[in-house]
Design a protein around this ligand. Sequence first.
Ligand SMILES: Cc1cc2nc3c(=O)[nH]c(=O)nc-3n(C[C@H](O)[C@H](O)[C@H](O)COP(=O)(O)O)c2cc1C
Length: 196
Amino acid sequence: MPTMPMDDPYDWFRLWFDEALASDEIEPTAMGLATVSPDGAPTTRIVLLKAHDRKGFVFYTNLLSEKGQHLEHTPEAALNFWWKTLGRQVRIDGAVEPVTDAEADAYFASRPRESQLGAWASHQSAPLLSRDVLEDRWIAAREQFEGGPVPRPDFWSGFRVIPRRIEFWRLGDHRLHDRWRFLAVGPGWERHRLYP
Ligand SMILES: Cc1cc2nc3c(=O)[nH]c(=O)nc-3n(C[C@H](O)[C@H](O)[C@H](O)COP(=O)(O)O)c2cc1C
């Protein structure tokens, strides 16, 4: 944590994220993503943060997956980073918007070809009879797109979480941790220190 809390949560996130990238964390870009089902039941899974700026926090996924269906029904999400080696946690809550096709195309094109084929092969979150079926589908996709680029499937894209609340937490001695919560208020932010 900076010696003084920072005024701007995006600057603060960038500082901590860059320090996490430079640290010994195994998956510093991994974050918990919580969504809710149409009947209000929450669930979480890990995804990777692929972009972040003042517009929000972006991850990519299969739009037909459980999370994709949840977000279509309720475009709200919560993100959670835990950087153990640094003793730091960040929580981000907010509304979710789809990224543009241009953003999704650019990110998909930057992925290794094997992963692009994996996106075609997986009916993410649907029941799968056996691993062989998945591998056969991957091979079929490889043959289908042989000799050319792999296009982005129309069922695969990204979401941007637009923060309404960002919280920075730092491990302290005797469980006296530090917490700073930012609340979006108009075009700016309110900052509050919270009991741990
Ligand atoms: C380290 C790690 C990174 C992952 N990254 C992603 C990701 O970026 N996008 C994604 O769709 N799934 C990712 N997954 C898989 C998800 O955790 C999850 O199993 C999958 O997306 C299906 O979730 P759903 O059924 O809730 O939609 C990742 C899993 C792990 C453990």
